[in-house]
Design a binder for this molecule. Structure first.
Ligand code: XIL
Length: 373
């Protein structure tokens, strides 16, 4: 009799524990029905080598984007030779784990192979040749994942901070038309895929206006565009949240969704007030520009938490306009911010720390999403 009472009590306790565990909130559960919450994944995560990282992705996120493996220099390093192993693995990872799968990115001046723009003598190719190469690249890549990749960053970073056109090879050789053409080719290859324009520093008014004009041109040609991606590479003082809000509203007013596509928040000092996300930027390492190599002081951690929270409050305020918020990496260890724009620093830009533990901001976002703050 005594034994059975003990067994019953144990069972009750056990079921209570299991219950608490399954009720534990996660980002994706708390944000369910508001917007997708995603992360960029790297090669060790894609191949399941970084098991702790994979665990976080599965538990906390419902969307992924490939940090590097779908950029043209990796997919088509030589003309006509496509290497899909990593990209295939990435898509399979998304399917196995039931995640919204984004492709990044089809047309970008950076991380593109040199051959793309030149002939055998090293001279720029003609407009016709570059259009054909762009068409072939987009068609081959998008068709391969037709129906599986749900949305594509079709064009990345075509507008400068002052609103002018970036003088990329795509722009110089093809002209403004390279954008509508890219959207047309992507749509022809997979009519059901969502198509996005993606850029950084979109909170700068002039740049925002330039992007608004790009979107309008696409729409005037009756081509599909579903969303504008506002890369969220933030610093502690750039951009002002009010400016971010203005741009978000300007994009949304075009009748497209807004996505925050590459969210991270550096706590490190910026050389010469540098901000943005130009991947070619590179400054020399100096000890004073790497102040937290032994750990992040509590006051800075708190400041960062508050700034992250302010942005998430904004995202929640406009949840009807936002389809996805994606972090640019899983843990602080993974973040490109450790090496950009200065190599070899120790940054703390993401939501999970170097021990793969959630920072306090994770629970704060969950509480905000539940309307409890
Ligand atoms: C970055 C990756 O995180 C780095 O690993 C790589 O060395 C350079 O590119 N804008 C983008 C992303 O659209 O593709 C960039 O990713 C960061 C800036």
């Amino acid at each position: 009799m005594r034994n059975s009472i003990i067994i019953v009590i144990c069972c009750i306790l056990l079921s209570a524990c299991t219950k608490t565990k399954s009720n534990e909130s996660t980002l994706k559960d708390a944000l369910n029905g508001k917007f997708l919450i995603g992360t960029a994944i790297n090669i060790p995560q894609t191949f399941g080598i970084d098991t702790l990282g994979v665990e976080i992705v599965k538990k906390q996120f419902n969307a992924i984007v490939p940090e590097n493996c779908m950029k043209s220099m990796f997919l088509q390093p030589e003309e006509g030779n496509f290497y899909f192993d990593e990209a295939d693995k990435y898509v399979a990872f998304g399917e196995t784990n039931n995640l919204w799968i984004t492709g990044h990115c089809l047309v970008w001046h950076s991380q593109a192979p040199a051959w793309f723009f030149i002939d055998e003598n090293g001279n720029d190719v003609s407009r016709e040749v570059l259009i054909e190469r762009m068409r072939n690249h987009i068609t081959t890549v998008v068709s391969r994942y037709k129906g599986r990749i749900k949305g594509w960053d079709v064009v990345n970073e075509a507008i400068m901070d002052d609103g002018s056109w970036r003088q990329s090879k795509f722009y110089q050789i093809i002209g403004e038309d390279f954008i509508p053409l890219a959207f047309q080719f992507a749509h022809e290859a997979d009519p059901d895929a969502e198509l996005y324009y993606n850029d950084y520093s979109t909170a700068i008014a002039a740049k925002c206006e330039g992007i608004v004009n790009v979107v309008k041109t696409i729409q005037e040609k009756s081509l599909r565009i579903d969303a504008v991606g506002m890369q969220g590479h933030l610093t502690m003082d750039f951009p002002a949240i009010e400016d971010f809000e203005k741009s978000l509203l300007a994009f949304s007013a075009l009748g497209v969704k807004v996505m925050i596509t590459e969210l991270d928040l550096t706590v490190l000092p910026s050389p010469n007030n540098f901000a943005g996300a130009d991947v070619s930027a590179n400054f020399d390492f100096k000890k004073e520009l790497n102040p937290y190599s032994d750990g992040l002081p509590e006051d800075i951690e708190l400041k960062q938490q508050n700034r992250y929270a302010d942005f998430f409050k904004l995202f929640l305020k406009y949840q009807d306009k936002i389809s996805r918020v994606t972090l640019w990496g899983v843990t602080d260890n993974d973040s490109w911010r450790n090496d950009w724009p200065i190599p070899g620093r120790t940054d703390y830009a993401l939501l999970f720390d170097r021990n793969s533990q959630p920072k306090p901001i994770v629970n704060e976002i969950i509480q905000l999403a539940k309307g409890k703050e």
